[in-house]
Write a protein that binds this ligand. Structure first.
Ligand SMILES: Nc1ncnc2c1ncn2[C@@H]1O[C@H](COP(=O)(O)OP(=O)(O)OP(=O)(O)O)[C@@H](O)[C@H]1O
Ligand SMILES: [Mg+2]
Length: 486
């Protein structure tokens, strides 16, 4: 319900993609002649204008000669040249959608490629329909990127959206809405579970708005007592209460056209809700103890992890204030709903820590795989803390499963057990942990689909079964929505 408001507002802002008048240009780069010509042939039959080469030097000159919409590039196991090509293509043409092909199932090679700007990857050998699905996704990505970039350029946004990391569809959608609301002066309500990045979003809205050079002033409505919040927000005059030796402007005044971030707005008392509503309606405040009113020009961004609509129903949050704040709402997706961002976020935090500590840290494949599977109830903050903790504990440059917090390790160990059921696994009470084959199968299916963030085609491949078999089994086990199943 809430989302519809923001979505419909966002929609008229997203540029409509024109009907393609020219065919998308695809470049296939792979030294393996058989793979290369098969890809080229299939892509041509799908309507792409295809060029292909086995030589990276030649690929480079083709790239320089003209723009490529989609680059399908093999990453040789024994050199970095494939990755360099990925980075170079993205540098030359930021809208080029890059798909990396990897020979073995090395998670890290694919992750590296994604970090260099690839949007997707294919693990060899792949089937015709996988290639066509990935190309279709890449085409979509190219068109969205082109549209988003035009948008960003218009808003002076360069790479990514400020400090925000994430390339999932959910985040791209968020960036589009953000770029728009940043330019307006409407109040924004940021909703999301704990640790999803609500404050970061508020700061980003401010940073990309026209008054970025003005102050950004956060107020935690949950941690201060009501009288303090009132004097913080509205200010007070000399003698208003004991200790008020001089008058002080409230944050709504001293923001001077900047942003006041009302964090944990759901915790605001009903009395203060009424006062805030009046201030927002009348665009002026009366400092505590004052008889006069002072005009305010602050932009309001509010955030909460509580269900404000439900609080309105219950009468613990004012409906009129809710509507006033909820002109635009941004609902931040929990991390478990955008798992493809986990490696990017982990890499981002690792980079930062590596720089801070002056030594390079990376994640082992097992640690990364476990992180991809974990549900992250504390979202990005929990991920950030886990990476920090692992760096502090690790004895070497590669962070292992054992360096991660216990709750993650447990999941990783369960996965190990599921892989080798004869490994003598035992419950905490010493009884052997035996699961039926059907249970194991059900879990494996759910895990594969979750790890791949709902991509059933890839999941079937990972599991070594056909797509039809996967669909049959989902039905058999009564799994309607694999991403939400226990
Ligand atoms: N998309 C993102 N990219 C990079 N860092 C992020 C992202 N989202 C969150 N973070 C980081 O995660 C941490 C938590 O984010 P933030 O404080 O904004 O979350 P929050 O939703 O306000 O959490 P809480 O409800 O607990 O107050 C911060 O260190 C923030 O920088
Ligand atoms: Mg917060």
């Amino acid at each position: 319900m809430l989302e519809t408001v923001a979505d419909s507002r966002a929609m008229d802002f997203i540029p409509q993609l024109a009907e393609p008048v020219v065919r998308l240009h695809l470049l296939v780069v792979d030294a393996d002649t058989a793979v290369r010509s098969a890809c080229a042939e299939i892509a041509s039959s799908l309507g792409y204008a295809v060029e292909s080469t086995g030589d990276l030097g030649h690929a480079r000159s083709l790239l320089r000669a003209h723009a490529v919409d989609i680059l399908l590039v093999n990453l040789p196991a024994d050199s970095n040249q494939g990755l360099e090509m990925v980075a170079e293509a993205r540098l030359l043409y930021p809208d080029t959608a890059v798909v990396a092909m990897t020979a073995s199932g090395s998670v890290n090679a694919a992750v590296e490629a994604m970090r260099c700007g690839a949007s997707d990857y294919l693990t060899k050998p792949f089937a015709v329909d996988e290639l066509s699905t990935v190309l279709e996704r890449a085409a979509q990505r190219h068109m969205t990127d082109a549209a988003t970039r035009q948008l960003r350029e218009r808003f002076r946004l360069s790479q990514g959206l400020g400090a925000m990391i994430g390339r999932s569809a959910e985040m791209e959608k968020l960036y589009r809405i953000l770029s728009k609301v940043a330019l307006s002066s409407h109040p924004v309500l940021v909703l999301g579970e704990s640790g999803t990045g609500k404050e970061l979003v508020a700061r980003t809205i401010h940073a990309f708005g026209p008054n970025a050079q003005k102050p950004f002033l956060p107020v935690d409505c949950g941690s201060l007592v009501p009288t303090l919040i009132e004097s913080e927000l509205f200010g007070y005059v000399k003698g208003a209460f004991t200790g008020a030796n001089r008058s002080k402007d409230g944050l709504l005044i001293s923001a001077e056209g900047g942003t006041v971030f009302l964090d944990e707005i759901g915790e605001l008392s009903l009395d203060l809700q009424a006062k805030l509503l009046r201030a927002l309606q009348e665009k002026e405040v009366r400092p505590v103890g004052a008889t006069h009113r002072v005009p305010i020009r602050a932009r309001i961004v509010a955030a909460t992890n509580r269900d404000l609509a439900a609080m309105v129903e219950k009468g613990s949050f004012r409906k009129d204030l809710f509507y006033r704040l909820n002109v635009v709402n941004l609902r931040l997706p929990p991390l478990r709903d955008r798992r493809e961002d986990i490696p990017l976020l982990a890499a981002h935090f690792l980079d930062r820590l590596s720089r801070e500590r002056g030594r390079k840290f990376t994640l082992s494949d097992e640690a990364l795989r476990t992180m991809m599977r974990y549900d992250w109830p504390g979202n990005v903050r929990e991920l950030e803390n886990s990476v920090e903790r692992a760096c502090a504990l690790s004895s070497g440059p590669v962070l292992q499963l054992g360096d991660l917090p216990t709750q993650l390790q447990q999941q990783g160990l369960e996965a190990r057990r599921a892989v080798s059921p004869r490994g003598g696994a035992a419950d905490a009470d010493g009884a052997p942990a035996v699961k039926t084959l059907a249970e194991l199968e059900r879990e494996a299916i759910l895990e594969a689909i979750r790890t791949l963030n709902g991509d059933k085609l890839q999941a079937a491949k990972l599991l070594g079964i056909g797509k039809t078999t996967l669909y049959r089994k989902l039905k058999e086990y009564g799994i309607a929505d694999p991403l939400r199943e226990d």
